[in-house]
Structures are given as structure tokens and as C-alpha cells.
Design a protein around this ligand. Structure first.
Ligand code: TLP
Length: 339
């Protein structure tokens, strides 16, 4: 089976498993797990922030950022297809009691002028806008990359209007590798950044939220109330340390495989491959028949993909699919559609 549903399906490497078995641990709710602390320091240093917090998932990291940056009744500006709004069960409203204000874009790229049009003034009737959320790479836009200037421009816009700015950088290292810039250059403009260890980097569990010391101290309280205090989490953090030390540069291979998939799928009748400004590890294809039907046929042919719209399918490359797997997937795609 060739699993192209997501990079979340990646399994830990042998080196991760060894590090997990050997990890020194303590009770992290008391701040006593040395491996978690090491991972948090590593993450903060890597992205150039004062502090970091290890959390069980990207969703928890994002929602903690909203919870910590806002007060109930505030407004959160967010791209209309961003994960934090589209795929997190209404957590902005449900957990933080804040109101999301989705801003539609054609391609995942928010701009200051789109934000100007969405921002309302200090009238008594309106909620207070207090947070802007940005996503890089942008999942539903097909892994679209936001550049350093773009990130700086969005954060500057937020700060000029009195908003904080959070980055959902679940795949920030994919963006950094695609742009050939350090991840910290993409992270620095923001007040907080969440990134995932358990996607392309291959760790079994975990994400980090980074930010200023007082912000992270408050987020640590929020993590506890959400049930994210993890005790001897060093066994997980150990895999995360290996992920950050060994798995970042190889993302380039995933991007090459996605480019290959995109090129070859473009030749398959019945499919249109969505073009990208810069390819990372995703390919979005539009199908001339219902996506759910195509997904089922592919499943029978041993290729797993996800439908992300009525006639839209997402394929994601990762360390557990090779170039040959990608070529085989294209063949099976063509056969399934021809049948
Ligand atoms: N994305 C998953 C699904 O939830 C859609 C995937 O398969 O791509 N931010 C972004 C940009 C994400 O893509 C995801 C996961 C998250 C946050 C949430 O991370 P987890 O799954 O760890 O809660």
C-alpha cells in the first residue's frame, strides 16, 4: 500500500526508537523532565524565541496560542481555509470564546489590502480584533509557501493595527527548505509559532509552541487546563530531538517526489493538477468525477489519498514513500481512472 494521505502517517525512524528507549525522564508537569526541557530549549533557539512548550498536537499548539493571545469576545482574523479555522472544530470560538473572522484568498496568500478590508474600527458595536493567524506552508492551498517578505509584511500589518500575530507553522521546515532560508527567518516576524514534529519530520507525536517567556508561561497554564500536561513525556521528546537534528534537510526529497507526482499526474486523462508558485510536499488534483469515488478506486488499487473537496484530491509525499512508490502510484491512478 502506498500511503499518500498525509505526512502525519510517517513512522519513527530506528534512531528515534532508540532515543525513546534510552530517554531520561521526569514529571514534566513539575518541570522535571530533562528531555522535554532539552527539546523546548532546542526549539526556542532554532526559531530565535525566548521559550517553547511541548504539546501533544498541532491543534493544541494552535488553540493554546489563540487562548493565550485573546480574551473572550475578541476577533481573530484568519485566512478562510486555514487549518486553525477550517479543521479545528471551531476551537477558536469553543475554547477561547473568540470570534473568527475568515478572510478569503484565491491561493492562501493573505495581503495587507485584504486585511484592511476585513478590519473594522473601534466602534462600540464591533468585537476587538486582537489576533491575526497565518499558515505556512498553507495546507488547503496545496502546501503553498509564504516568503520571508510576505511574513514580515503580514506581521507588520498586525502590529501596526494593535494585533498579535500567530503562525501555524505545522510545516515551517518544508517552507524553509523550499525557499532555502533558515526557518527562523520565517518565524521571527511572529509573536508565536507552532510547528509539528509528527508530520514530515517523522516523530510519532508532538508539536511545539514558541514565543516570549511570559507568553509561554501563560500557555503552559492553558496546556494544563486542556489536559495536555504529559508527565514522563521525555520518551516522546527524545524522538522530537532526533527529528529536529536529522530529518529537516531530507524534506527536499519529499518536495522532489511531489514535483514528480505533479508532472506525471498532469498527463493522466481526467485529472487537472493545480499549479503552485513553489512546490513543497503536496499535490492537489481536480477530478472530472466525484473525488470520493476516485478515492475508493485508488484504495482498491493500493493507493491511499484524501478527498479535500467534492472533486479535489490531496496527495502528500513523505519519508515513507519513495520515488518508485510515486511512479507506481501514478500508474495505478491512470489505471483506476481508465477502468
Ligand atoms: N493537518 C492534517 C489534517 O488535520 C488535515 C493533515 O493531514 O494535513 N496546522 C496545519 C497546517 C495542519 O496541516 C495540521 C494537521 C495541524 C495544524 C494540526 O496538527 P495535529 O494533527 O497534530 O493536531
Amino acid at each position: 500500500v502506498i500511503d499518500l494521505r498525509s505526512d502525519t502517517v510517517t513512522t519513527p525512524t530506528p534512531e528515534m526508537r532508540r532515543a525513546m528507549a534510552a530517554a531520561e525522564v521526569g514529571d514534566d508537569v513539575y518541570g522535571e523532565d530533562p528531555t522535554v526541557r532539552r527539546l523546548e530549549e532546542m526549539a526556542a533557539d532554532l526559531l530565535g524565541f525566548e521559550a517553547a512548550l511541548f504539546v501533544p498536537s498541532g491543534t493544541m499548539g494552535n488553540q493554546l496560542a489563540v487562548l493565550t493571545h485573546t480574551r473572550p469576545g475578541d476577533e481573530v482574523l484568519v485566512e478562510a481555509e486555514a487549518h486553525i479555522y477550517y479543521y479545528e472544530q471551531g476551537g477558536i470560538a469553543r475554547l477561547a470564546g473568540a470570534q473568527p473572522r475568515p478572510v478569503a484568498t484565491p491561493d492562501g496568500h493573505l495581503t495587507p489590502s485584504l486585511l484592511d478590508a476585513a478590519l473594522r474600527g473601534p466602534d462600540l458595536h464591533f468585537p476587538r480584533p486582537s489576533l491575526l493567524c497565518v499558515e505556512n506552508t498553507h495546507n488547503r492551498a496545496g502546501g503553498e509557501v509564504l516568503g520571508v517578505d510576505e511574513c514580515q509584511g503580514l506581521a507588520a500589518w498586525a502590529h501596526a493595527h494593535g494585533l498579535r500575530c500567530h503562525l501555524d507553522g505545522a510545516r515551517i521546515f518544508n517552507a524553509a527548505i523550499a525557499l532555502a532560508v533558515p526557518a527562523r527567518a520565517l518565524a521571527q516576524p511572529f509573536d508565536s509559532v507552532m510547528f509539528c514534529l509528527s508530520k514530515g519530520l517523522g516523530a510519532p507525536v508532538g508539536s511545539l509552541l514558541v514565543g516570549a517567556r511570559d507568553f509561554i508561561a501563560e500557555a503552559r497554564r492553558g496546556r494544563k487546563v486542556l489536559g495536555g500536561g504529559m508527565r514522563q513525556a521525555g520518551v516522546l521528546a527524545a524522538a522530537g530531538i532526533v527529528a529536529l537534528s536529522t530529518m529537516v534537510n531530507r524534506l527536499e526529497e519529499d518536495h522532489r517526489n511531489a514535483a514528480l507526482l505533479a508532472d506525471r499526474l498532469a498527463e493522466v486523462p481526467g485529472l487537472v493538477v493545480e499549479p503552485m508558485r513553489l512546490r513543497t510536499n503536496m499535490v492537489m488534483v481536480q477530478t472530472d468525477r466525484p473525488a470520493a469515488e476516485v478515492v475508493l478506486r485508488l484504495r482498491e488499487a493500493g493507493v491511499l489519498v484524501n478527498a479535500v473537496g467534492p472533486r479535489r484530491i490531496r496527495l502528500v509525499t513523505h519519508k515513507d514513500v519513495s520515488r518508485d512508490d510515486c511512479l507506481a502510484a501514478v500508474r495505478r491512478f491512470a489505471e483506476a481512472l481508465a477502468a
